[in-house]
Each structure stands twice: as structure tokens, then as C-alpha cells.
Design a protein around this ligand. Structure first.
Ligand SMILES: Cc1cc2nc3c(=O)[nH]c(=O)nc-3n(C[C@H](O)[C@H](O)[C@H](O)COP(=O)(O)OP(=O)(O)OC[C@H]3O[C@@H](n4cnc5c(N)ncnc54)[C@H](O)[C@@H]3O)c2cc1C
Length: 508
């Protein structure tokens, strides 16, 4: 048996979580003679792969060395979104004056209670991913322990051999660590430790301004920390369009987050009054910043180590992870990979979609392709930034001409009534048609709104279909209908307009 992981603090919520995702008294089953599928890693990708395959009648072994549920449940989506929700509520309460509600001056954030709520929610959700559920309800052989390939048809877990016809590597990724002098000695937080906090760090330095850094920076600021974000790029959320990122950035600054762009953190040491972060700014000046805690969020490193991938002919590298073709097949045709270990899209819903592809291709005919997916994503800052399909710069690179229809939330009544006017909906169509090629939404609940565009893209429905769809009034999703309306107006050629005017004149 593997050693039992520790999740801090050791309270009743974490005890409940552990009893679901790594039970202390777990006894690994006696392995089957041969499995249809052995799945390594019980994060989003591995869990869905195992559940689907078992549901289709396959004999499946699922191996997890740490916590079932992987990053998403334990140290990713679930705890971060729980904190973000608490932070949003607190911010709304603080801005309640504008809605006519007077808050007592003594109102303050109970950081410990916010973290406890997060732990309670996480333990509640963990049942879904529990070892017992996978064993008893889904019929999967769950092995807790470290997996390693010993042959092209065998995985070993704590001395037990699992023979398979096909295997799926779903070992995920972990926080990448930048090379910064003194980082190790000074101590730092990553997504793996930040949710263990029970006391608020007064000053938080966030290294990295991508989605994880941005989401947590805003949440911690709203929970009362002084936050500085140190990014190498020219704006936060560097993968998103600058106009979308600008809106979030303005909100961050308004909320008192200090943003330092284009900088490089050189060194960290511990002084008398906290950690001292030494950085070189964009204009090559040296600055020292003090913080009580440093959160590192500079990207993800794939968990490729210890699997003996070399031994079984599976190509990989330490940046991109396991190399797969469009069918998610590795360079060893018996072995597939899904999720963060193999994909640029590092999202739970992407891992889920990839799992479906891997199951189909591994167990049945090799027909499903990763490139056929239309993948949306969302960064859960406030406002949220959601995107699907092509960005303008990508279309330009591909030589595709676009027409873009943009609607400001200032022109959408529901955004005005909610005082949530900072944002926009931007839809790109193929020039001369209403075929949607991409969209970016910046809005309070952009993540909820983007699915309408994704649905349209997947089903090849154009902006015309969105225009013909009745949207309840007043909703912020009406912004999409307005974008469709803007498209429709471009179709009204001067000739058609002249004809209509004459026709109406005759009917007066
Ligand atoms: C802070 C944060 C917030 C996030 N928020 C969101 C969000 O809001 N929405 C979203 O879509 N995505 C979000 N993500 C990304 C999401 O969590 C990941 O994309 C998703 O968890 C990937 O799933 P996976 O199964 O590929 O990998 P993982 O979840 O990492 O699971 C891999 C599992 O494999 C196990 N493992 C590794 N090696 C071995 C081995 N040798 N033997 C046995 N087991 C092994 C690991 O212990 C782990 O449990 C967030 C990530 C972070 C860090």
C-alpha cells in the first residue's frame, strides 16, 4: 500500500475528503488476469476514462498514487471556485452602498471561515470521485499506489502486475517552478499548498499572471490581502486579446492589486519583515518587494517521471508531456494519453472530452480525433473572460478573413441594471457569411454565456440562428443576439433597403 497522503489542516472536512479520495483502510483488489484498459491517474481524465470504459463493459483498472479527483477536485477548480465565490460575495457586500444598502463599518472578512467553507464544499463534492464509488457503483478495480510500466503490456503498482490490452496515461501536470535564486529556501506556495492556508497572509506576491495567478490574485485581494502580481508578459492573461485583458486589469487596479508587467523575478530571500522579492522591471530597474507569502503560478509541468516511458517506447518531453497523435495515441500504439499530461488545453472539460476520445479509440475503432473538438474556456476573474474558436491573430496567421461583431455590455440592459457594464461580446465570422469562427466574452458570467456560441459552432449554426433564437429579456446573453443583429444589418444592402422603402411607401 502507498503511504497515506496528508491534507492540511487535519480537520473533519479533510478527513471526510481523504476517506473518499484515499481511504486509509483501502485494500487493492486482486488483479484480473488481463484488463481491457489500465488507466494511470485518477484526475478528471483518468476518472472519466475509467468510468466510460467500465460502463461499456470493459474490465478496467484505475491507478492513483495520491488523491482520486486529481487537481480539479483537490487543488484546482473546486477549491479555487469556492474561494472565488466567497470573494465575489464579499466584494458585492462592500459595494452594496451603490444599491442602497449601508454596511456596518465593522464588517470584516473571516478568512478562516472562508477557507473552511471551501474545505466543506470540496469534501462534499469528493464523493463523486471516491474510490468506493468507482469500485462499488462503477465496477472499476481501483489501485492506490504508484504506477510504472514494466513492459508494453504491463503496469506495476506496489509490486503487483496489471496486464492490459490497452492503457491510458492520465497522470496530469503540476505547478512549474521557475528558476529563481533562493526560492526553495525562502519557501513558496503553489496551487498544491495555497488551499491549506488557515490564516491570511497580509502581503501576497503572485509570480505569474496567467489564469491561475490572476484568479487567485483577485480572490486573495478581495479576502483582504495586499496583492502584487509579477508577470513577464505585457498584460495579465497574456493568451487573451489585449482588449479583454485590459478590462480585467482595470478592475484589478481599481480593487487595489498592484500589477508589475514585463518583469523578471531574480531572487528571493527572507528579511526581518518578510520575504524579499528582487525583480528587474521592464525598464531594467531593480526593485525589491516585500511579501509574507509568495504564490508561484508560472505554468504547468507534465508528470512524466517514474513511469518508465522510455522503456516502452512512449515519446515525451518535459515541457509538452507525452506526445500523442490526433487520436491521442502515443508512439506505442497500445498506449494512449489524455488530459494535462498530453494536451495544450489544460482544462477539466478538455480532459473529459479527451477521455471520451481515448476510450473510443483504444477499445473500438480508431475514429475520434482531438482536432474535431471545439474547445471553449473561461478564466474566472471578475469579470470573467471566456473564449472559443479562433482569435483574430490566429485567423490572420491562417489567412482567414473575418468580420467581427462587438457589443459593449453598456448597451445591454441587464448588464446596466446589474451595474456590470464593464465587458463585451465579440464574435468573429468568416467574411461574407454568418459562420462563427470564434468569440470572446468579457462579462460577469462569461463562462455561462460562451456555451451558446460553442453550441452554435459545434452544430454549424451561424449568427442567423442566434438572431432567430428568442432570448429572455433582460439577460446579459442578449448581447449575443445583438451581435447577431449587427451582422444581420450588414446583410441589408442598399438595394434591399431601397426596395423595402418603396414597398412600404406603396402600403401607406
Ligand atoms: C488552481 C487551478 C484552478 C483550475 N481551475 C480550472 C477551472 O476552473 N476549469 C477547468 O476546466 N480547469 C481548471 N484547472 C485545470 C484542471 O484542474 C486540469 O486541467 C485537470 O485537473 C486535468 O486533469 P488530468 O486528469 O489531466 O490531471 P490531474 O487532475 O493532474 O490528475 C492526474 C492524476 O494522476 C496521478 N498520478 C500521476 N502520476 C502517477 C503515477 N505514476 N501513478 C499513479 N498516479 C499518478 C496524480 O496523483 C493525479 O491525481 C485548474 C487548475 C488549477 C491548478
Amino acid at each position: 500500500m502507498s503511504t497515506r497522503p496528508l491534507i492540511l489542516p487535519a480537520d473533519s472536512h479533510n478527513a471526510q475528503l481523504l476517506s473518499n479520495v484515499h481511504p486509509a483502510d483501502w485494500i487493492n483488489p486482486r488483479p484480473a488476469d488481463r484488463y481491457n484498459l489500465v488507466v494511470i491517474g485518477a484526475g478528471s481524465a483518468g476518472l472519466i476514462t475509467a468510468a466510460l470504459a467500465a460502463g461499456l463493459g470493459a474490465k478496467v483498472a484505475l491507478v492513483e498514487r495520491h488523491l482520486m479527483g486529481g487537481d480539479c477536485l483537490n487543488v484546482g477548480c473546486v477549491p479555487s471556485k469556492s474561494l472565488i465565490r466567497a470573494a465575489r460575495t464579499i466584494t458585492e457586500a462592500r459595494s452594496a452602498e451603490q444599491f442602497g444598502l449601508h454596511m456596518p463599518a465593522s464588517a470584516e472578512v473571516d478568512f478562516g471561515a472562508v477557507m473552511e467553507r471551501m474545505r466543506r464544499i470540496r469534501s462534499q463534492i469528493s464523493r463523486e470521485d471516491s474510490a468506493l464509488r468507482y469500485r462499488d457503483e462503477l465496477g472499476v478495480d481501483v489501485f492506490l499506489g504508484d504506477a510504472r510500466f514494466t513492459d508494453s503490456d504491463t503496469v506495476e503498482v506496489d509490486g503487483t502486475s496489471l496486464r492490459f490490452r490497452k492503457a491510458v496515461i492520465a497522470t496530469g501536470a503540476r505547478a512549474a517552478l521557475p528558476e529563481i535564486e533562493g526560492l526553495e529556501e525562502a519557501g513558496y506556495l503553489t496551487n498544491e499548498s495555497v488551499f491549506e492556508l488557515t490564516e491570511r497572509p497580509n502581503r501576497l506576491g503572485v509570480i505569474g499572471s496567467g489564469p491561475i495567478g490572476a484568479e487567485l490574485a483577485q480572490a486573495f485581494r478581495r479576502l483582504g490581502c495586499e496583492v502584487t502580481v509579477l508577470g513577464r508578459a505585457r498584460h495579465i492573461l497574456p493568451r487573451e486579446d489585449a482588449d479583454a485583458a485590459q478590462i480585467v486589469q482595470r478592475r484589478f487596479e481599481h480593487e487595489g492589486i498592484r500589477l508589475i508587467h514585463g518583469c523578471k523575478v531574480e531572487k528571493i530571500d527572507v528579511g526581518e519583515t518578510g520575504k524579499r522579492i528582487q525583480l528587474t522591471t521592464e525598464d531594467r530597474k531593480t526593485e525589491i518587494l516585500e511579501a509574507d507569502a509568495v504564490l508561484v503560478s508560472v505554468g504547468r509541468t507534465p508528470n512524466v517521471e517514474g513511469l518508465n516511458l522510455e522503456g516502452i517506447g512512449v515519446d515525451y518531453d518535459n515541457r509538452r508531456g507525452v506526445h500523442v497523435n490526433d487520436y491521442l495515441q502515443t508512439t506505442n500504439p497500445r498506449i494512449y494519453a489524455a488530459g494535462d499530461i498530453a494536451m495544450a488545453w489544460k482544462f477539466t472539460h478538455a480532459a473529459d472530452a479527451a477521455a471520451k476520445i481515448a476510450v473510443q479509440n483504444a477499445l473500438f475503432l480508431r475514429t475520434q480525433k482531438l482536432s474535431s473538438l471545439v474547445m471553449p474556456w473561461c478564466t474566472y476573474t471578475d469579470p470573467e473572460v471566456a473564449h472559443v474558436g479562433l482569435y483574430e491573430h490566429e485567423a490572420a496567421k491562417l489567412g482567414i478573413e473575418l468580420s467581427t461583431f462587438q457589443v459593449s455590455l453598456k448597451d445591454v440592459n441587464r448588464a446596466v441594471t446589474d451595474s456590470e457594464e464593464e465587458g463585451f461580446v465579440k464574435v468573429h465570422v468568416k467574411k461574407g457569411s454568418d459562420r462563427i469562427l470564434g468569440a470572446t466574452i468579457v462579462a460577469s458570467h462569461a463562462g455561462e454565456m460562451i456555451s451558446e456560441v460553442t453550441l452554435a459552432m459545434v452544430n454549424k449554426l451561424g449568427l442567423g440562428a442566434i438572431l432567430n433564437t428568442i432570448h429572455p429579456y433582460p439577460t446579459q446573453a442578449e448581447a449575443l443576439k445583438r451581435a447577431a443583429g449587427a451582422y444581420a444589418r450588414t446583410r441589408a444592402t442598399p438595394r434591399v433597403s431601397r426596395f423595402l422603402e418603396r414597398f412600404m411607401a406603396l402600403r401607406r
